[in-house]
Write a new protein. Structure first.
Length: 443
Protein backbone atom coordinates (compact mmCIF):
# COMPACT_ATOMS: atom_id res chain seq x y z
CA UNK A 1 0.00 0.00 0.00
CA UNK A 2 1.33 3.43 -0.95
CA UNK A 3 1.15 5.65 2.14
CA UNK A 4 1.90 8.77 0.09
CA UNK A 5 -1.40 8.53 -1.79
CA UNK A 6 -4.25 10.09 0.12
CA UNK A 7 -7.78 11.01 -0.87
CA UNK A 8 -9.04 14.56 -0.35
CA UNK A 9 -11.43 14.94 2.60
CA UNK A 10 -14.13 17.11 1.03
CA UNK A 11 -17.42 15.34 1.85
CA UNK A 12 -19.78 16.46 4.62
CA UNK A 13 -22.48 14.53 6.47
CA UNK A 14 -25.36 15.12 4.05
CA UNK A 15 -23.21 14.50 0.97
CA UNK A 16 -22.35 11.06 2.36
CA UNK A 17 -26.00 10.37 3.28
CA UNK A 18 -27.12 11.34 -0.23
CA UNK A 19 -24.53 8.96 -1.69
CA UNK A 20 -25.88 6.15 0.49
CA UNK A 21 -29.48 6.79 -0.53
CA UNK A 22 -28.52 7.03 -4.19
CA UNK A 23 -26.62 3.75 -3.92
CA UNK A 24 -29.67 2.06 -2.36
CA UNK A 25 -31.89 3.33 -5.22
CA UNK A 26 -35.12 4.20 -3.31
CA UNK A 27 -37.42 2.98 -6.11
CA UNK A 28 -36.20 -0.56 -5.52
CA UNK A 29 -39.06 -0.80 -3.00
CA UNK A 30 -41.34 -1.03 -6.05
CA UNK A 31 -38.96 -3.19 -8.08
CA UNK A 32 -39.22 -6.03 -5.58
CA UNK A 33 -42.72 -5.36 -4.23
CA UNK A 34 -44.41 -8.33 -5.92
CA UNK A 35 -41.83 -10.87 -4.77
CA UNK A 36 -41.96 -9.41 -1.27
CA UNK A 37 -45.78 -9.38 -1.15
CA UNK A 38 -45.87 -13.03 -2.21
CA UNK A 39 -43.23 -14.12 0.33
CA UNK A 40 -44.77 -12.14 3.22
CA UNK A 41 -48.35 -13.07 2.19
CA UNK A 42 -49.38 -9.43 1.98
CA UNK A 43 -47.56 -8.10 5.06
CA UNK A 44 -44.88 -6.11 3.24
CA UNK A 45 -44.82 -3.25 5.74
CA UNK A 46 -44.03 -5.66 8.59
CA UNK A 47 -41.37 -7.35 6.43
CA UNK A 48 -39.68 -4.00 5.85
CA UNK A 49 -40.05 -3.06 9.53
CA UNK A 50 -38.31 -6.27 10.64
CA UNK A 51 -35.58 -5.81 8.03
CA UNK A 52 -35.13 -2.17 9.05
CA UNK A 53 -34.74 -3.14 12.71
CA UNK A 54 -32.00 -5.66 11.88
CA UNK A 55 -30.25 -3.20 9.56
CA UNK A 56 -30.38 -0.36 12.12
CA UNK A 57 -28.80 -2.57 14.78
CA UNK A 58 -26.09 -3.56 12.31
CA UNK A 59 -25.66 0.09 11.28
CA UNK A 60 -24.67 0.91 14.87
CA UNK A 61 -21.87 -1.66 14.60
CA UNK A 62 -20.76 -0.23 11.26
CA UNK A 63 -20.62 3.18 12.92
CA UNK A 64 -18.42 1.84 15.71
CA UNK A 65 -16.04 0.17 13.25
CA UNK A 66 -15.88 3.26 11.05
CA UNK A 67 -14.80 5.20 14.14
CA UNK A 68 -12.10 2.65 15.01
CA UNK A 69 -10.84 2.17 11.44
CA UNK A 70 -11.50 5.39 9.48
CA UNK A 71 -10.26 3.92 6.19
CA UNK A 72 -11.95 2.58 3.06
CA UNK A 73 -12.76 -1.10 2.86
CA UNK A 74 -15.85 -1.60 4.98
CA UNK A 75 -16.64 -5.14 6.23
CA UNK A 76 -13.50 -6.66 4.67
CA UNK A 77 -11.17 -4.25 6.48
CA UNK A 78 -13.07 -4.46 9.76
CA UNK A 79 -12.99 -8.27 9.89
CA UNK A 80 -9.37 -8.49 8.72
CA UNK A 81 -8.10 -6.13 11.40
CA UNK A 82 -10.40 -7.16 14.26
CA UNK A 83 -10.64 -10.94 13.75
CA UNK A 84 -7.99 -12.35 11.42
CA UNK A 85 -6.64 -11.95 7.87
CA UNK A 86 -8.23 -15.26 6.83
CA UNK A 87 -11.65 -14.37 8.18
CA UNK A 88 -11.28 -10.96 6.55
CA UNK A 89 -10.59 -12.69 3.23
CA UNK A 90 -13.75 -14.80 3.53
CA UNK A 91 -15.79 -11.70 4.40
CA UNK A 92 -14.32 -10.04 1.32
CA UNK A 93 -15.29 -13.14 -0.64
CA UNK A 94 -18.87 -12.81 0.66
CA UNK A 95 -18.90 -9.12 -0.29
CA UNK A 96 -17.65 -10.11 -3.74
CA UNK A 97 -20.78 -12.26 -4.05
CA UNK A 98 -22.88 -9.12 -3.59
CA UNK A 99 -20.86 -7.10 -6.07
CA UNK A 100 -20.53 -9.88 -8.62
CA UNK A 101 -24.20 -10.81 -8.88
CA UNK A 102 -25.83 -7.47 -8.11
CA UNK A 103 -25.78 -6.32 -11.78
CA UNK A 104 -27.60 -9.54 -12.73
CA UNK A 105 -30.43 -8.77 -10.27
CA UNK A 106 -30.67 -5.16 -11.47
CA UNK A 107 -30.92 -6.24 -15.11
CA UNK A 108 -33.47 -8.92 -14.21
CA UNK A 109 -35.76 -6.43 -12.46
CA UNK A 110 -35.50 -3.94 -15.32
CA UNK A 111 -36.26 -6.64 -17.88
CA UNK A 112 -39.25 -7.89 -15.87
CA UNK A 113 -40.90 -4.46 -15.99
CA UNK A 114 -40.17 -3.96 -19.68
CA UNK A 115 -41.63 -7.38 -20.41
CA UNK A 116 -44.81 -6.46 -18.55
CA UNK A 117 -45.10 -3.30 -20.67
CA UNK A 118 -44.22 -5.01 -23.95
CA UNK A 119 -45.37 -8.63 -23.56
CA UNK A 120 -44.76 -9.41 -27.24
CA UNK A 121 -41.01 -9.05 -26.68
CA UNK A 122 -39.45 -11.99 -24.77
CA UNK A 123 -37.70 -11.22 -21.47
CA UNK A 124 -34.37 -12.57 -22.71
CA UNK A 125 -34.25 -9.81 -25.35
CA UNK A 126 -34.38 -7.14 -22.64
CA UNK A 127 -31.86 -8.94 -20.42
CA UNK A 128 -29.35 -9.38 -23.22
CA UNK A 129 -29.98 -5.80 -24.33
CA UNK A 130 -29.26 -4.48 -20.82
CA UNK A 131 -26.07 -6.54 -20.61
CA UNK A 132 -24.70 -5.53 -24.03
CA UNK A 133 -25.47 -1.82 -23.68
CA UNK A 134 -24.24 -1.55 -20.08
CA UNK A 135 -21.04 -3.44 -20.84
CA UNK A 136 -20.34 -1.30 -23.89
CA UNK A 137 -20.79 1.95 -21.95
CA UNK A 138 -18.61 0.72 -19.09
CA UNK A 139 -15.86 -0.42 -21.44
CA UNK A 140 -15.72 2.98 -23.12
CA UNK A 141 -16.24 4.93 -19.88
CA UNK A 142 -18.93 5.77 -17.33
CA UNK A 143 -18.30 9.49 -16.79
CA UNK A 144 -21.64 10.55 -18.25
CA UNK A 145 -23.62 8.31 -15.86
CA UNK A 146 -21.86 9.87 -12.88
CA UNK A 147 -23.01 13.32 -14.03
CA UNK A 148 -26.69 12.37 -14.19
CA UNK A 149 -26.86 10.26 -11.03
CA UNK A 150 -27.75 13.20 -8.77
CA UNK A 151 -30.51 14.38 -11.12
CA UNK A 152 -31.85 10.84 -11.41
CA UNK A 153 -31.90 10.56 -7.62
CA UNK A 154 -34.17 13.60 -7.40
CA UNK A 155 -36.42 12.24 -10.18
CA UNK A 156 -36.69 8.90 -8.37
CA UNK A 157 -37.72 10.60 -5.14
CA UNK A 158 -40.30 12.69 -7.02
CA UNK A 159 -41.84 9.60 -8.68
CA UNK A 160 -41.73 7.68 -5.40
CA UNK A 161 -43.58 10.50 -3.61
CA UNK A 162 -46.09 10.68 -6.48
CA UNK A 163 -46.66 6.91 -6.27
CA UNK A 164 -47.30 7.07 -2.52
CA UNK A 165 -49.61 10.08 -2.96
CA UNK A 166 -51.63 8.45 -5.73
CA UNK A 167 -51.87 5.19 -3.80
CA UNK A 168 -53.11 7.08 -0.72
CA UNK A 169 -55.64 8.96 -2.84
CA UNK A 170 -56.83 5.68 -4.34
CA UNK A 171 -57.31 4.17 -0.87
CA UNK A 172 -59.21 7.22 0.38
CA UNK A 173 -61.47 7.19 -2.69
CA UNK A 174 -62.35 3.57 -2.00
CA UNK A 175 -62.56 3.56 1.82
CA UNK A 176 -62.46 7.17 2.97
CA UNK A 177 -59.66 8.79 5.02
CA UNK A 178 -60.00 6.03 7.60
CA UNK A 179 -58.82 3.55 5.01
CA UNK A 180 -55.29 4.88 5.42
CA UNK A 181 -55.23 3.67 9.02
CA UNK A 182 -54.98 -0.10 9.01
CA UNK A 183 -52.87 -2.81 10.58
CA UNK A 184 -53.25 -5.24 7.67
CA UNK A 185 -49.96 -4.33 5.93
CA UNK A 186 -48.32 -5.34 9.24
CA UNK A 187 -50.58 -8.06 10.63
CA UNK A 188 -53.14 -10.48 9.22
CA UNK A 189 -54.96 -13.01 11.38
CA UNK A 190 -54.49 -15.81 8.84
CA UNK A 191 -50.81 -15.04 8.08
CA UNK A 192 -48.09 -16.49 10.36
CA UNK A 193 -45.30 -14.19 11.50
CA UNK A 194 -42.85 -16.54 9.80
CA UNK A 195 -44.18 -15.24 6.46
CA UNK A 196 -43.23 -11.69 7.42
CA UNK A 197 -39.77 -12.96 8.42
CA UNK A 198 -39.40 -14.66 5.04
CA UNK A 199 -40.39 -11.37 3.45
CA UNK A 200 -37.87 -9.50 5.62
CA UNK A 201 -35.09 -11.73 4.27
CA UNK A 202 -35.96 -10.39 0.80
CA UNK A 203 -36.69 -6.84 1.96
CA UNK A 204 -33.13 -6.51 3.24
CA UNK A 205 -32.05 -6.35 -0.40
CA UNK A 206 -33.46 -2.82 -0.59
CA UNK A 207 -31.03 -1.68 2.12
CA UNK A 208 -27.90 -2.86 0.31
CA UNK A 209 -25.73 0.21 0.03
CA UNK A 210 -26.29 1.76 3.46
CA UNK A 211 -22.87 0.36 4.39
CA UNK A 212 -21.32 1.46 1.09
CA UNK A 213 -20.89 4.95 2.53
CA UNK A 214 -18.04 3.57 4.65
CA UNK A 215 -15.96 3.29 1.46
CA UNK A 216 -15.98 7.13 1.43
CA UNK A 217 -14.33 7.31 4.86
CA UNK A 218 -11.02 8.61 3.51
CA UNK A 219 -12.82 11.36 1.58
CA UNK A 220 -15.02 12.53 4.47
CA UNK A 221 -14.34 15.49 6.75
CA UNK A 222 -13.99 14.54 10.43
CA UNK A 223 -14.65 10.92 9.45
CA UNK A 224 -14.56 9.50 12.98
CA UNK A 225 -17.52 11.68 13.93
CA UNK A 226 -19.29 12.03 10.58
CA UNK A 227 -19.23 8.45 9.30
CA UNK A 228 -21.08 6.74 12.20
CA UNK A 229 -23.83 9.37 11.96
CA UNK A 230 -24.02 9.09 8.17
CA UNK A 231 -24.34 5.29 8.28
CA UNK A 232 -27.12 5.42 10.86
CA UNK A 233 -29.01 8.26 9.13
CA UNK A 234 -28.79 6.48 5.76
CA UNK A 235 -30.18 3.25 7.21
CA UNK A 236 -32.89 5.11 9.14
CA UNK A 237 -33.95 7.22 6.14
CA UNK A 238 -34.02 4.16 3.89
CA UNK A 239 -36.10 2.24 6.43
CA UNK A 240 -38.60 5.09 6.74
CA UNK A 241 -38.96 5.39 2.95
CA UNK A 242 -39.39 1.66 2.45
CA UNK A 243 -41.85 1.06 5.31
CA UNK A 244 -44.09 4.00 4.33
CA UNK A 245 -44.03 3.14 0.62
CA UNK A 246 -44.74 -0.54 1.29
CA UNK A 247 -47.53 0.31 3.75
CA UNK A 248 -49.46 2.58 1.38
CA UNK A 249 -48.84 0.36 -1.66
CA UNK A 250 -50.08 -2.70 0.23
CA UNK A 251 -53.24 -0.79 1.20
CA UNK A 252 -53.82 0.08 -2.45
CA UNK A 253 -53.38 -3.58 -3.41
CA UNK A 254 -54.24 -5.66 -0.31
CA UNK A 255 -53.70 -9.02 -1.96
CA UNK A 256 -50.64 -10.75 -3.34
CA UNK A 257 -51.97 -11.85 -6.72
CA UNK A 258 -50.48 -10.15 -9.77
CA UNK A 259 -50.35 -10.77 -13.50
CA UNK A 260 -46.55 -10.75 -13.08
CA UNK A 261 -45.10 -11.00 -9.57
CA UNK A 262 -41.75 -9.62 -10.79
CA UNK A 263 -43.45 -6.50 -12.25
CA UNK A 264 -46.24 -6.03 -9.72
CA UNK A 265 -45.70 -2.31 -9.05
CA UNK A 266 -46.31 -1.49 -12.71
CA UNK A 267 -49.76 -3.07 -12.42
CA UNK A 268 -50.47 -1.08 -9.26
CA UNK A 269 -49.17 2.14 -10.86
CA UNK A 270 -51.69 1.78 -13.67
CA UNK A 271 -54.51 1.16 -11.21
CA UNK A 272 -53.77 4.22 -9.07
CA UNK A 273 -52.56 6.66 -11.76
CA UNK A 274 -53.72 5.51 -15.17
CA UNK A 275 -51.76 5.15 -18.41
CA UNK A 276 -49.81 8.40 -18.11
CA UNK A 277 -48.47 7.70 -14.64
CA UNK A 278 -47.60 4.09 -15.37
CA UNK A 279 -45.61 5.31 -18.38
CA UNK A 280 -43.69 7.82 -16.23
CA UNK A 281 -43.22 5.22 -13.51
CA UNK A 282 -41.95 2.59 -15.92
CA UNK A 283 -39.57 4.99 -17.66
CA UNK A 284 -38.12 6.18 -14.35
CA UNK A 285 -37.73 2.66 -12.99
CA UNK A 286 -36.03 1.36 -16.13
CA UNK A 287 -33.66 4.34 -16.36
CA UNK A 288 -32.89 3.94 -12.65
CA UNK A 289 -32.16 0.25 -13.17
CA UNK A 290 -29.96 1.04 -16.17
CA UNK A 291 -27.81 3.62 -14.37
CA UNK A 292 -27.74 1.47 -11.24
CA UNK A 293 -26.58 -1.44 -13.39
CA UNK A 294 -23.88 0.76 -14.90
CA UNK A 295 -22.55 1.70 -11.46
CA UNK A 296 -22.81 -1.86 -10.14
CA UNK A 297 -20.96 -3.38 -13.10
CA UNK A 298 -18.30 -0.67 -12.94
CA UNK A 299 -17.85 -1.35 -9.21
CA UNK A 300 -17.37 -5.07 -9.85
CA UNK A 301 -14.87 -4.34 -12.59
CA UNK A 302 -12.95 -2.08 -10.22
CA UNK A 303 -13.08 -4.62 -7.37
CA UNK A 304 -11.89 -7.49 -9.58
CA UNK A 305 -9.12 -5.24 -10.92
CA UNK A 306 -8.04 -4.42 -7.34
CA UNK A 307 -8.02 -8.14 -6.50
CA UNK A 308 -5.92 -8.85 -9.58
CA UNK A 309 -3.56 -5.95 -8.88
CA UNK A 310 -3.04 -7.14 -5.30
CA UNK A 311 -2.58 -10.79 -6.41
CA UNK A 312 -5.72 -12.00 -4.69
CA UNK A 313 -6.84 -13.12 -8.16
CA UNK A 314 -4.52 -13.92 -11.13
CA UNK A 315 -3.08 -10.53 -12.09
CA UNK A 316 -2.55 -11.41 -15.75
CA UNK A 317 -6.31 -11.79 -16.19
CA UNK A 318 -7.98 -9.52 -13.66
CA UNK A 319 -5.26 -6.92 -13.10
CA UNK A 320 -5.04 -5.59 -16.65
CA UNK A 321 -6.56 -2.49 -18.27
CA UNK A 322 -7.38 -1.87 -21.92
CA UNK A 323 -4.53 0.18 -23.47
CA UNK A 324 -6.91 2.64 -25.13
CA UNK A 325 -9.91 2.95 -22.81
CA UNK A 326 -8.05 2.24 -19.52
CA UNK A 327 -10.92 0.11 -18.26
CA UNK A 328 -10.84 -3.53 -17.01
CA UNK A 329 -12.48 -4.94 -20.14
CA UNK A 330 -12.03 -8.61 -19.24
CA UNK A 331 -13.64 -8.07 -15.84
CA UNK A 332 -16.58 -6.14 -17.31
CA UNK A 333 -17.22 -8.80 -19.95
CA UNK A 334 -17.06 -11.50 -17.28
CA UNK A 335 -19.70 -9.69 -15.22
CA UNK A 336 -21.85 -9.46 -18.35
CA UNK A 337 -21.53 -13.21 -18.92
CA UNK A 338 -22.51 -13.91 -15.30
CA UNK A 339 -25.49 -11.62 -15.85
CA UNK A 340 -26.84 -14.14 -18.32
CA UNK A 341 -27.83 -16.23 -15.30
CA UNK A 342 -30.78 -13.84 -15.08
CA UNK A 343 -32.27 -15.86 -17.94
CA UNK A 344 -32.79 -18.76 -15.51
CA UNK A 345 -33.70 -16.93 -12.27
CA UNK A 346 -36.59 -14.98 -10.81
CA UNK A 347 -36.44 -11.88 -8.60
CA UNK A 348 -37.05 -13.80 -5.34
CA UNK A 349 -34.16 -16.26 -5.78
CA UNK A 350 -31.73 -13.72 -7.19
CA UNK A 351 -32.28 -11.12 -4.45
CA UNK A 352 -32.02 -13.83 -1.78
CA UNK A 353 -28.75 -15.00 -3.33
CA UNK A 354 -27.36 -11.47 -3.04
CA UNK A 355 -28.56 -11.21 0.56
CA UNK A 356 -26.65 -14.36 1.54
CA UNK A 357 -23.35 -12.53 1.11
CA UNK A 358 -24.71 -9.37 2.70
CA UNK A 359 -25.91 -11.14 5.85
CA UNK A 360 -22.54 -12.87 6.26
CA UNK A 361 -20.74 -9.53 5.95
CA UNK A 362 -23.16 -7.85 8.38
CA UNK A 363 -22.65 -10.66 10.90
CA UNK A 364 -18.87 -10.34 10.62
CA UNK A 365 -19.02 -6.60 11.34
CA UNK A 366 -21.10 -7.21 14.47
CA UNK A 367 -18.70 -9.92 15.64
CA UNK A 368 -15.79 -7.55 14.98
CA UNK A 369 -17.27 -5.05 17.44
CA UNK A 370 -17.70 -7.77 20.06
CA UNK A 371 -14.11 -8.96 19.52
CA UNK A 372 -12.71 -5.46 20.03
CA UNK A 373 -14.83 -4.94 23.14
CA UNK A 374 -13.69 -8.24 24.66
CA UNK A 375 -10.06 -7.39 23.85
CA UNK A 376 -10.47 -4.10 25.69
CA UNK A 377 -9.94 -1.84 22.68
CA UNK A 378 -9.45 1.72 23.91
CA UNK A 379 -12.01 3.13 21.47
CA UNK A 380 -14.71 0.46 21.86
CA UNK A 381 -14.48 -0.40 25.58
CA UNK A 382 -15.48 3.13 26.75
CA UNK A 383 -18.71 2.84 24.68
CA UNK A 384 -20.01 0.40 27.26
CA UNK A 385 -21.49 -3.09 27.17
CA UNK A 386 -24.67 -1.97 25.40
CA UNK A 387 -22.86 -0.69 22.27
CA UNK A 388 -19.89 -3.00 22.44
CA UNK A 389 -21.58 -6.26 23.33
CA UNK A 390 -25.39 -6.38 23.60
CA UNK A 391 -26.40 -4.55 20.41
CA UNK A 392 -23.86 -6.25 18.10
CA UNK A 393 -24.76 -9.67 19.55
CA UNK A 394 -28.46 -9.01 18.98
CA UNK A 395 -27.74 -7.68 15.48
CA UNK A 396 -25.65 -10.75 14.60
CA UNK A 397 -28.47 -13.07 15.72
CA UNK A 398 -30.97 -11.09 13.63
CA UNK A 399 -28.72 -11.20 10.57
CA UNK A 400 -28.15 -14.95 10.86
CA UNK A 401 -31.87 -15.52 11.46
CA UNK A 402 -32.74 -13.63 8.28
CA UNK A 403 -30.05 -15.56 6.40
CA UNK A 404 -31.65 -18.81 7.60
CA UNK A 405 -35.01 -17.64 6.19
CA UNK A 406 -33.67 -16.96 2.71
CA UNK A 407 -34.88 -18.87 -0.34
CA UNK A 408 -33.59 -22.47 -0.17
CA UNK A 409 -31.96 -22.30 -3.60
CA UNK A 410 -30.19 -19.10 -2.60
CA UNK A 411 -28.81 -20.73 0.55
CA UNK A 412 -27.45 -23.65 -1.45
CA UNK A 413 -25.83 -21.36 -4.01
CA UNK A 414 -24.45 -19.15 -1.23
CA UNK A 415 -22.92 -22.11 0.61
CA UNK A 416 -21.33 -23.32 -2.62
CA UNK A 417 -19.82 -19.85 -3.11
CA UNK A 418 -18.49 -19.89 0.47
CA UNK A 419 -16.95 -23.36 0.06
CA UNK A 420 -15.23 -22.22 -3.12
CA UNK A 421 -13.88 -19.24 -1.18
CA UNK A 422 -12.51 -21.48 1.58
CA UNK A 423 -10.85 -23.69 -1.03
CA UNK A 424 -9.32 -20.72 -2.80
CA UNK A 425 -8.11 -19.31 0.53
CA UNK A 426 -6.42 -22.64 1.29
CA UNK A 427 -4.69 -22.45 -2.11
CA UNK A 428 -3.51 -18.86 -1.60
CA UNK A 429 -2.19 -19.52 1.91
CA UNK A 430 -0.67 -22.94 1.21
CA UNK A 431 -3.27 -24.59 3.41
CA UNK A 432 -3.37 -21.72 5.91
CA UNK A 433 0.39 -21.60 6.47
CA UNK A 434 0.65 -17.93 5.51
CA UNK A 435 -1.52 -14.82 5.52
CA UNK A 436 -3.66 -14.15 2.43
CA UNK A 437 -2.81 -11.15 0.22
CA UNK A 438 -4.26 -7.86 1.42
CA UNK A 439 -6.48 -5.78 -0.82
CA UNK A 440 -6.14 -2.02 -1.03
CA UNK A 441 -9.66 -0.62 -1.24
CA UNK A 442 -8.51 2.98 -0.90
CA UNK A 443 -7.34 3.33 -4.49
Amino acid sequence: MNDTVKLDRTLGLWSVVLFGLAYMTPMIVFGTFGALAAASQGTTAMAYLVAAAAILLTAISYGVMARVYPVAGSAYTYARRSLSPSIGFLVGWAVLLDYFFLPMVIWLIGAAYLTSAFPAIPAYVWIIGFILLTTLVNVVGIAFANRVNFILMLVQLAVLIAFVFLAARYVMAASGPGGLVSATPFFKADVPFSASIAGAAIAAYSFLGFDAVSTLTEETKDAKRTMPRAILITALAGGLIFVVAAYVTQLAHPGMDFVSVDAAASEIAKTIGGDLFVTIFLATLVVAQFTSGLAAQASVGRLLFAMGRDSVLPSSIFGSLHPKWHTPVINLVLVGIVGLLALTMDVTTSTSFINFGAFLAFTAVNISVIALYVKGDQQVKPLGALIGLVIPALAAVCDLFLLWNLDEHAKVLGLIWLVIGIGYLAYLTRFFQSAPPEMDFAE
